[in-house]
Write a protein that binds this ligand. Structure first.
Ligand code: ATR
Length: 267
């Protein structure tokens, strides 16, 4: 059976094995998928050992996406721009290939699952870390009218804005309502929220939280309190996995039934 795995630290919470085994069953692919706790010192050796033992493909999650990127011999163009990879596989001549599927997973979730177009929209992205860098290219490819990155450390937003060709701002300097707001700060994982002005969202605003959890996230609660609507990032998790699965197996799994089942488990 073809072997796949996800590396991260921590890793016990990872839903990737369940998601990929569900996809495999549905598409009748004979694979096995396991969790591996990445070691702070030995990560690169662990990855090499996995492929030497004929492993077929890896997902990489926090905090190893940058280190996986640095190990690759060949990178997709989207991975080059993101500066991080979440999907690895071995090429025919033993070259390590890296790709990132987070951005395409998120945009597909927004556009296809939630039926929200990004085209012509005034978009605000909150946060300027690795998670945001990984989705910017895909957001800009949808031709929004403008993309503003707001971050606590404004300099980091400015670096990303320059690299990707969009705008940067502090939270205090933001003005007026946005059509779409995407939250990509790690703050929301610990249930805190950056200082967002009331005027940024109204009933015409749609909000997306890259994190998800049991119940409503703090960011989506903020959106609701301002009359806006939105969705959390559970679909992004499933979407990035579906894209990795496609890279490895050349088969596109259906996401809807799995998403429904996972949502019910969370509630
Ligand atoms: P990730 O890989 O999840 O993107 P990261 O690269 O460490 O993690 O980036 C974390 C992001 O969340 C950054 O934009 C960070 O803001 P700073 O660049 O100013 O550190 C943001 N963040 C984390 N905690 C925050 C908080 N309490 N308030 C506002 N922003 C926060």
């Amino acid at each position: 059976m073809d072997q796949y795995a996800v590396f991260g630290n921590p890793i016990a919470h990872s839903k990737s094995p369940d998601i990929h085994m569900h996809f495999a069953k549905e598409t009748q692919q004979g694979i096995n998928y396991m969790r591996i706790l990445g070691d702070d010192v030995e990560f690169e050796n662990q990855v090499r050992a996995f492929f030497e033992k004929d492993g077929k493909g890896l997902n990489v999650t926090s905090p190893f996406k940058d280190r996986a990127f640095a190990m690759c011999d060949v990178l997709s163009s989207r991975a080059k721009k993101a500066g991080a990879v979440n999907t690895l596989m071995m090429g025919k001549n033993g070259e390590l290939f890296g790709d990132t599927t987070d951005g395409v997973g998120m945009v597909r979730d927004i556009v296809e699952t939630h039926q929200q177009s990004l085209k012509g929209k005034r978009i605000l992205i909150i946060g300027a870390g690795g998670a945001v860098q990984g989705i910017l290219d895909n957001v800009l490819a949808e031709n929004p009218s403008s993309v503003t990155i707001a971050n606590r450390t404004v300099e980091k937003a400015q670096v990303l804005a320059e690299k990707f060709g969009c705008l940067a701002s502090s939270f205090e300097a933001l003005e007026g309502a946005f059509d779409l707001i995407i939250n990509g700060t790690s703050a929301s994982r610990s249930s805190s929220l950056p200082p967002l002005k009331d005027e940024l969202a109204n009933e015409r605003t749609w909000c997306y939280d890259m994190t998800y959890g049991k119940g409503t996230t703090v960011f989506l609660q903020w959106a609701i309190d301002h009359g806006a609507t939105g969705a959390d990032g559970l679909g992004m998790l499933v979407g990035q996995a579906a894209e990795s699965f496609y890279i490895w197996r050349q088969v596109r799994p259906d996401m809807a039934s799995l998403l429904n089942a996972m949502r019910q488990q969370l509630e």
